[in-house]
Design a protein around this ligand. Structure first.
Ligand SMILES: Cc1cc2nc3c(=O)[nH]c(=O)nc-3n(C[C@H](O)[C@H](O)[C@H](O)COP(=O)(O)OP(=O)(O)OC[C@H]3O[C@@H](n4cnc5c(N)ncnc54)[C@H](O)[C@@H]3O)c2cc1C
Length: 299
């Protein structure tokens, strides 16, 4: 492995200024679970690695009591999210995802921000967050900007981040009442592996706990970037959520998916899976939407 100098800034401005002073020869590192592999494989050969993990900020997800927005620092680990009772109880869609990323060792060091910036179509953290309508805050020399996460990804390994910019925070808008969410990472085995398909779904129901007032369906490994199944979402809105409508929504989502053959699975199988898993997640959402926070569930 090519030797590098490890730099530890304490503020965002310090990190950006280090990046600029070593422009073209530096890279940011958070948990290092993606970037160190790239260095080992000689796909990236920085002379300087600038750590983002020592930048001071909230060390846990925080819910704003007034606005009900959820704030997640980009520098916190999947393990922190997994162990958060706020995430477990109020955002089970995100909990479903982060608890299955890699191994405990990986989750203890890998960050949610690194997962998004790495921008692979299979990023388990990205799919529930796009279903939650999250936006991300990005800091650079021109100051802070915000963008909806769905527009963050440009292609495999590509995002809207400009040189030296740092993803600082993820913001999730308030949930509607009677919302249930669920995520499934579908793979061929239970052991550590990247998903063959990821489906994250969020359903908000009317007071009758049957009619959908808002639907979000996020798909991973179904296109070159994480995507939403917009037509299936539109189909569900205003309809009763039941076996028939979820089957139909699954078929619509399957038609929207831009799946392809890969080493993990063939396109036609992935497309079938979209239909099956959207329906399955729909039922889990239905059940969870009817639960009060803190109720136990058996799914
Ligand atoms: C064994 C193993 C298993 C894995 N399993 C899974 C899995 O099941 N699901 C999954 O989705 N992923 C998995 N991954 C991939 C990886 O762990 C995640 O993508 C992880 O969240 C990356 O975060 P990190 O903090 O380690 O990122 P790093 O490796 O530190 O950084 C990744 C990239 O993002 C940049 N970067 C990091 N943070 C920021 C930021 N805040 N602002 C700007 N740039 C930034 C870095 O420069 C680098 O280019 C696995 C990896 C390994 C090695």
């Amino acid at each position: 492995m090519k030797p590098f100098t490890y730099l530890i800034p304490k503020t965002l401005d310090e990190a950006i200024s280090l990046f600029e002073s070593h422009e073209g020869r530096s890279a940011y590192i958070a948990g290092g679970t993606d970037v160190l592999i790239k260095i080992k494989e000689r796909k990236l050969l920085p002379d300087y690695l600038i750590s983002l993990k020592h930048i001071l900020g909230p060390d846990r997800p925080l819910l704003n009591a007034d606005t009900k927005e959820l704030y997640i620092s980009a520098f916190i680990t999947h393990r922190t999210l997994e162990r958060s009772t706020l995430i477990q109880r109020t955002y089970p869609i995100l909990h479903d995802a982060v608890k299955n990323i890699g191994s405990v060792q990986i989750r203890n060091t890998a960050t949610i921000g690194g997962n998004l910036v790495n921008a692979v179509p299979s990023a388990d953290g990205a799919i529930p967050l796009i279903a939650l309508d999250a936006s991300v805050n990005i800091y650079g020399t021109k100051g802070m900007r915000s963008i909806d996460l769905i527009h963050f990804f440009l292609g495999p390994g590509q995002s809207v981040l400009e040189k030296g910019e740092i993803l600082t925070e993820i913001v999730v808008p308030p949930l509607l009442p009677r919302t249930g969410g669920a995520y499934i990472k579908f793979g061929r085995r239970k052991a550590m592996e990247l998903p063959l398909l990821g489906v994250g779904m969020l359903l908000s129901l009317d007071e009758d706990l049957a009619t959908c007032v808002k639907a979000r369906i996020g798909l991973g490994v179904a296109a070159p970037t994480p995507i939403r199944a917009f037509s299936a979402e539109r189909f569900l809105k205003g309809r009763e959520v039941n076996e028939q409508t979820l089957t139909e929504a699954g078929q619509i989502a399957a038609d929207e998916a831009r799946v392809r053959d890969s080493i993990r699975g063939v396109a036609w199988y992935r497309r079938e899976l979209v239909g099956v898993l959207v329906k399955r997640m729909g039922f889990t959402c239905l059940q969870r939407a009817g639960l009060k926070h803190g109720d136990s569930e058996d799914v």
